[in-house]
Ligand binder design. Structure first.
Ligand SMILES: Nc1ncnc2c1ncn2[C@@H]1O[C@H](COP(=O)(O)OP(=O)(O)OP(=O)(O)O)[C@@H](O)[C@H]1O
Ligand SMILES: [Mg+2]
Length: 251
């Protein structure tokens, strides 16, 4: 693990009117690490990742990428800094096919692993390209399925995660990526997360599924009422402690 975290937030606060959604939040995540973000409904998890990904602006506090301060003033800025996010409400277009979903909003983008000399791919072979990406990420979907609206929830979720995996360079943030998925679909998404970690991304995963957290996370941070209230390595021995931090019986 390097001394400088890939992504860090220090003293982050965010209010919505009277609601203190984030209250002096500090955390960091390193390359090749999966950090789980836990907490009950309304704890501030989604708000935190929206601040990290440029959807919301922090009221106060700083965000650093590789030790360099950055103002996350828009999702575009976050994306160009290498922060890719899959939001809780998935942003796939039902009426478009898999290929179009892969490239939606990124028609200009060239994945970091694709040599510049292969830019022609983006115009000439988007279908071939997305087939290659899907193959590379080992997702079991017919790449030419007529529209994403006809795919199952798990396949859709896998596409959303794969789309992120394909373009992410540094940081991947996933807000409840396995919520409402069956066993097989969850497995697929969990494997993708581990793959991204193994390829060197710093990964933040929000999840209420303790079994998934125990399986994939290297570290777990618990939020309650906008604050970070604890951090544990998610081992079976620490499970009870994590659950009590989440429900907060001590206040
Ligand atoms: N855009 C917004 N405007 C006003 N209040 C908001 C907004 N977004 C979030 N909040 C409030 O901030 C608090 C934290 O919400 P947030 O969505 O971050 O919780 P969460 O931890 O993601 O919960 P869940 O597990 O239910 O997804 C809640 O009280 C919520 O009502
Ligand atoms: Mg949320």
């Amino acid at each position: 693990m390097s001394a400088i975290p890939t992504l860090a937030i220090r003293g982050g606060t965010k209010r919505f009117g009277a609601v203190h959604a984030l209250d002096d939040v500090s955390l960091q995540v390193n390359a090749g690490e999966v950090l789980a973000l836990l907490g009950d409904n309304g704890a501030g998890k989604s708000t935190l990742i929206k601040c990290l990904s440029g959807v919301h602006r922090l009221d106060t506090g700083t965000i650093e990428i590789d030790g360099v301060p950055i103002v996350m003033s828009s999702p575009k800025i976050a994306r160009s800094a290498g922060v890719e996010t899959v939001y809780q409400d998935l942003a796939l277009f039902d009426n478009l096919d898999t290929t179009s979903n892969f490239f939606a909003g990124r028609e200009e983008a060239v994945p970091s692993w694709l040599p510049l000399g292969m830019r022609w791919l983006k115009n000439k072979g988007m279908t071939a390209h997305s087939t290659e990406l899907v193959g590379r990420l080992k997702i079991n979907i017919p790449p030419k399925a007529s529209s994403v609206g006809m795919l199952s929830g798990g396949q859709r979720q896998a596409i959303a995660v794969a789309r992120t995996a394909a373009f992410a360079s540094k940081v991947v943030i996933l807000d409840e990526p396995t919520a409402a998925l069956g066993l097989r679909e969850s497995r697929q998404v969990l494997d993708l997360i581990l793959r991204m970690r193994d390829e060197g991304s710093a990964v933040i995963v929000i999840s209420h599924a303790m079994d998934h957290v125990m399986e994939i996370a290297d570290r777990a941070i618990v939020m309650r009422r906008g604050r970070v209230v604890g951090e544990e390595i998610p081992t079976p021995e620490n499970r009870t402690r994590l659950v009590s931090l989440i429900v907060g019986g001590d206040d």
